[in-house]
Design a protein around this ligand. Structure first.
Ligand code: ZN
Length: 146
């Protein structure tokens, strides 16, 4: 086992380049998920990861743009625009009059739409809660990120 400290600002899915911003644990945890992986079961994560592999460059852009605390933010902003051009997605460029915040929301929405389009749907939480069979109740744990 590695003793290397994991960066706990990252999403806990090891291959995911996004920040871990969401947790269902209310008692304090180091394990956080990004907005794509939060609340997904194994099958859903697999579908997301196969898309995220393709859109990895965009995920990295959104992460860099979100982190405005760094001195390199201006460089990140410029390189984001270049990456978008290189990947031939001109509709993702910041629009005239669009604020960076709105642009970032648009990029993350696009990323989310692309990565979740093939995700198998789960029964709703209320449907799950009404399940009477105890074996089915065990599978309720599928909703909890592993
Ligand atoms: Zn993630």
């Amino acid at each position: 086992m590695s003793t290397e400290e994991r960066d706990h600002t990252n999403c806990r899915v090891p291959t995911c380049p996004l920040l871990g911003t969401m947790s269902s644990n209310t008692t304090g945890t180091k394990d956080w998920d990004c907005f794509l992986h939060f609340g997904r079961n194994a099958a859903q994560r697999k579908a997301i990861d196969s898309q995220l592999d393709h859109w990895n460059w965009l995920a990295i852009i959104t992460r860099k743009l979100r982190d405005r605390s760094t001195e390199s933010w201006a460089d990140n902003y410029r390189s984001a625009k270049q990456e978008i051009i290189v990947h031939k997605q001109p509709e993702l460029l910041i629009q005239k009059g669009e604020s960076v915040s709105k642009w970032l929301v648009r990029l993350e929405k696009f990323l989310s739409d692309q990565c979740t389009q093939d995700v198998p749907q789960l029964p709703s939480l209320s449907e799950k809660m009404n399940i009477k069979d105890s074996w089915e109740k065990c599978n309720f744990n599928d909703l909890v990120p592993v």
